[in-house]
Design a protein around this ligand. Structure first.
Ligand SMILES: [Zn+2]
Length: 71
């Protein structure tokens, strides 16, 4: 599910969610400034910047769980 674009502050610019086919995969991951990543998907949509903060928040690895505990 594409949820629109998480912005610098983790807010979404777009209110519309749209279905994304299950076989859509990232084709390319491009750094955006020093704060995030842009993902270019196999269906060519590339809306949205995934901030490192956002990615840390949704990551379930032990390392990120530790980071979250300090916030
Ligand atoms: Zn992690």
């Amino acid at each position: 599910m594409c949820q629109g674009e998480p912005g610098i502050f983790g807010r979404s610019y777009s209110s519309t969610k749209r279905e994304v086919r299950a076989d859509v995969v990232p084709n390319e991951i491009v750094p955006v400034g020093s704060y995030g990543l842009k993902i270019i998907w196999s269906d060519e949509h590339d809306l949205g910047i995934f901030t490192f903060d956002y990615l840390r928040n949704i990551c379930m690895c032990k390392e990120c769980a530790k980071t979250e505990a300090f916030e």
